[in-house]
Design a protein around this ligand. Structure first.
Ligand SMILES: *Cc1c(COP(=O)(O)O)cnc(C)c1O
Length: 235
């Protein structure tokens, strides 16, 4: 039994306790295992523990791993793209991923819609909203969300499932809660309006407690499962 197996056991224990404290059900929060920079053996170990949802941030690295694992017969994993997406990389993402959580502009939506192979069915989409007070580049501004949702709704090869957000990287729990609350309120508004708008992706290793308390339906956990990332990808 390796470290990842132990770590996953701990993560599930912690999630269960947080979900319980929040008065929520176990099924209402999914675990996305963030495997960026980690080798395929690490993914296989998590797979053997029952995990099926994996998140990647770097296109070239991810596509290599996705294809290698498929060739080995691992065909029932779901791959979520969670990193910044440049328009020259949308084709590889449209062809290899099940969901893109980091869509934050129309140009990217337009390209993903055109490049999604029909045989794969619609690509699932979360719109990333910039909720942090940092001058952070990823995510659309709050004021842009409505027009992005309208656009996405008109793309036949995209299926809008919800929202994603990254809180400020800080020890200030009050600030993190304020940011997650903003996202949760937007999510609740559109979830009432649209069918299948049911995924609120928020919470990472250091802020999953706040995220679960505030209604996250998917936490994206890397470090707590796979350990610290070993290298900085220069892609
Ligand atoms: C890397 C990453 C994560 C995982 O972060 P950890 O702190 O390692 O849990 C989650 N979300 C996004 C968007 C990431 O890029």
């Amino acid at each position: 039994m390796g470290h990842i197996t132990d770590n996953l056991y701990q993560v599930h224990q912690e999630l269960a306790s947080l979900i319980n404290q929040a008065g929520r059900t176990k099924e209402s929060v999914k675990l996305l295992c963030v495997s960026k920079t980690k080798p395929q053996e690490a993914i296989i170990e998590a797979y053997n523990c029952g995990e099926r949802l994996f998140g990647e941030s770097y296109v070239n690295e991810a596509v290599t791993k996705i294809q290698a694992l498929k060739a080995l017969g691992y065909t029932d994993l779901k791959w979520h793209f969670i990193g910044p997406l440049q328009s020259n990389k949308t084709k590889a993402v449209a062809e290899n991923f099940d969901m893109v959580e980091s869509v934050d502009r129309i140009k990217v939506m337009q390209r993903l819609n055109l490049q999604r192979p029909a045989s794969l069915g619609p690509l699932e989409i979360l719109i990333e909203v910039n909720i942090s007070h940092e001058a952070q580049k990823s995510g659309c501004a709050l004021e842009e969300l409505e027009s992005l949702i309208d656009y996405c709704k008109q793309c036949p090869n995209l299926r809008l499932r919800g929202l994603m957000g990254i809180a400020t990287d800080t020890q200030d729990k009050a600030l993190i809660k304020e940011e997650f609350s903003t996202l949760a309120a937007l999510f609740a508004k559109y979830a009432q309006e649209f069918e299948h708008f049911d995924i609120l992706s928020m919470g990472m290793t250091h802020d999953m407690a706040e995220a679960i308390l505030l209604g996250s339906t998917e936490v994206r956990i890397g470090t707590a499962i796979f350990g610290p990332r070993e290298y900085k990808n220069k892609e």
